[in-house]
Design a protein around this ligand. Structure first.
Ligand code: ADP
Ligand code: MG
Length: 604
């Protein structure tokens, strides 16, 4: 008897649906794409329970005829593609004719539509892959699709959905991207009857970014507009020496589709080399307009990936486009640099022998004592404390080897700090070999444990800001803020809502410098909380430790290095940072000697 059976159509349908519809955000994405393809200028998105119970999307697009309202649920039914050659130049967002078929196969779906012809519209009700009802109705021009109880007939899949917040976060993030790509379309997003986003139509990307993120973010961006060989790059991208401490806002759109792609982010990083502080990443909202035949959008069922036919040309486009924009930028406007980081760069430049023309910075005068204020401040101060009582210790300058000889190994451990490599790693002798310690990860581990202890002892002191800072948060950050409100208050952060998405930061944990308080808070808000409540606290503490820790690239004095090494080996887990990355590489003496062909004990 044959063991192979052809699957019943119903099962095959569900399997295929799973490729397109993975979670609520997939439904939102497909439906918004359909509305945009239908030429809508207004799109309203209503959700319940993170989209798991209800997703309702209404547009004022072209609507469907009676025939199409039935046909659109058939697999591979599309009005956007007729023959194979059309696949070569796809100008619409959809083209596979699979979305409605897939969504309706795994939900209870109602479609209402009117295409402006005749005097009636139509309503279709489906459940799973069955048509339940078809009726004529009065309806305004456009289409409404209501999706209830996603995966009601695929319990295994439904179980895999995440919590309400988490699904909602994904949706907010997608809607934000769609709104950026189509500033001329009004977007309204409502969750459990609460309005999360309301962006009336505007005519430029700048205005849309302003609506979504506020003035602060916009001020750090420059316009990019560059064309080469039929490729065009346009949008907004960080000004030289602006940027942000995380990669939150690095968004690329290829022919208006939001795309995550390694070629694009690598090109961006390269374009900003030398233009940003080391610990900052560029922000960008960049649109690549490429000839349709030079991108393959048909490589992924949910169209989340694409393939470039000429990746090097794309790479070059970004590199040159940003370089050109940055150049004209610095001709017109004075470059603003944050106080402490400029000092830090000077220190590094002096040491690496690189001399760049001094930038003329209005109002940039700094006090001497502010040098290397960033994260290093904390360990510097601590290192000083731990040395108090000893005779006036001079800080070791790089290249000054005398002190190494003077600093004896920590008794009983064989540990001695030999120096710093690439301003990022400490080279330390171990009992039986050499250790290379990542200075950032090490400091992160130390701070994390310190913060945890403070937290257990409920020892967070709060300090009032001298100059309360106004923060304009993105919709995503607002969600994270609400989710983490209690924890943040417990740590000493005090925020006052000023209306819309503006907040004033009034107080912060007293262990940080006032200048860094907002950056640390933003770091926490960017990440949001994990699903499990228990680890929420740890995650925040880890983020705080990461933001407060010294960075790679920062030169350290001998005393600072010794302090760091000593503290590290007193933590419970010197080997891993709180994010799970390794802190130390060890090379055994045995390995060194074997590799070099040296006999133990021989000196020649
Ligand atoms: P695709 O978008 O790949 O064509 P879909 O399953 O998403 O496939 O949609 C099938 C067809 O239904 C579309 O080609 C379009 O003609 C029609 N359609 C879907 N949504 C809308 C809408 N909101 N307004 C007008 N027509 C729509
Ligand atoms: Mg579609």
């Amino acid at each position: 008897m044959a063991r192979i059976k052809v699957l019943p159509a119903e099962v095959a349908q569900k399997i295929a649906a799973g490729e397109v519809v993975e979670r609520p955000v997939s439904v939102v994405k497909e439906l918004i794409e359909n509305s945009l393809d239908a030429g809508a200028t207004e799109i309203k998105i209503e959700l319940e329970n993170g989209g798991k119970n209800l997703i309702r999307i209404q547009d004022n697009g072209c609507g469907l005829s009676q025939e199409d309202a039935v046909l659109c649920f058939k697999r591979h039914a599309t009005s956007k593609l007729e023959k194979e050659e059309d696949l070569e130049h796809i100008a619409t967002l959809g083209f596979r004719g699979e979305a409605l078929a897939s969504i309706s196969a795994v939900s209870r779906l109602t479609l209402k539509t009117y295409n402006g012809q005749g005097d009636r519209g139509y309503q279709v009700e489906r459940e799973g892959d069955r048509l339940i009802r078809f009726l004529e109705i009065a309806f305004p021009p456009g289409t409404l699709v209501e999706v209830r109880d996603l995966f009601f007939n695929l319990p295994a899949r439904r179980k895999f959905l995440r919590g309400e917040r988490s699904e909602l976060n994904l949706i907010t993030s997608y809607v934000t991207q769609a709104a950026l790509a189509f500033p001329g379309v009004k977007f309204l997003l409502i969750h459990n009857n609460r309005q999360l986003l309301n962006c009336p139509a505007v005519s430029t990307l700048e205005e849309r970014v302003y609506q979504l993120y506020g003035r602060q973010l916009l001020d750090g961006l420059m316009a990019v507009d560059y064309e080469e060989g039929g490729y065009r790059l346009r949008g907004l991208s960080s000004r030289p020496f602006a940027g942000r401490a995380d990669r939150q806002h690095q968004l690329f759109f290829v022919n208006r589709r939001p795309i995550k792609d390694r070629v694009l982010s690598a090109a961006l990083t390269q374009a900003y080399l030398g233009m940003l502080d080391r610990q900052k990443s560029p922000e960008c909202f960049l649109f690549l307009d490429l000839p349709y035949e030079l991108v393959d959008v048909n490589v992924h069922p949910a169209k989340a990936e694409i393939r470039f036919k000429e990746p090097p040309a794309v790479f070059r486009l970004i590199l040159r486009g940003i370089e050109l924009a940055a150049r004209s930028e610095s001709l017109i406007k004075p470059v603003m640099i944050g106080g402490s980081s400029r000092k830090e760069r000077q220190v590094q430049e002096k040491e690496s022998g690189r001399s760049e023309p001094e930038l003329n910075i209005p109002g940039g005068a700094e006090k001497e004592g502010e040098a290397r204020k960033e994260g290093g401040e904390a360990i510097q101060a601590q290192a000083r404390e731990s040395q108090a009582g000893q005779t006036s210790q001079t800080w070791r300058q790089p290249g000054d080897t005398k002190q190494v000889a003077e600093s004896p190994p920590t008794p009983g451990t064989g540990r001695q700090v030999l120096g710093q490599y690439l301003n990022a790693y400490l080279v330390v002798t171990a009992e039986d070999g050499l250790m290379i310690v990542d200075q950032h990860n090490a400091h992160e581990r130390i701070l994390f444990e310190k913060f945890k202890k403070l937290d257990e002892e409920k020892g967070w002191a709060s300090r009032q800001m001298l100059f309360p800072q106004v923060l304009e948060l993105s919709p995503e950050e607002v969600l994270h803020l609400e989710e983490l409100q209690e924890e943040l208050a417990g740590l000493g952060f005090e925020l006052e809502p000023l209306g819309e998405r503006s907040y004033s930061l009034r107080a912060f944990p007293d262990i940080f410098d006032e200048a860094r308080a907002t950056e640390i808070l933003r770091g926490i808000l960017a990440e949001g909380g994990p699903e499990r409540l228990k680890s929420k606290r740890d995650k925040m503490l880890a983020t705080m430790a990461c933001k407060a820790a010294i960075k790679a690239g920062q030169p350290l004095s001998q005393a600072e290095m010794e302090f760091l090494a000593a503290e590290l080996f007193q933590t419970s887990q010197p080997g891993v940072c709180p994010h799970g990355r390794p802190v130390v590489v060890e090379i055994s003496r045995d390995k060194i000697e074997k590799t070099l062909g040296r006999q133990p004990g021989r000196t020649d």
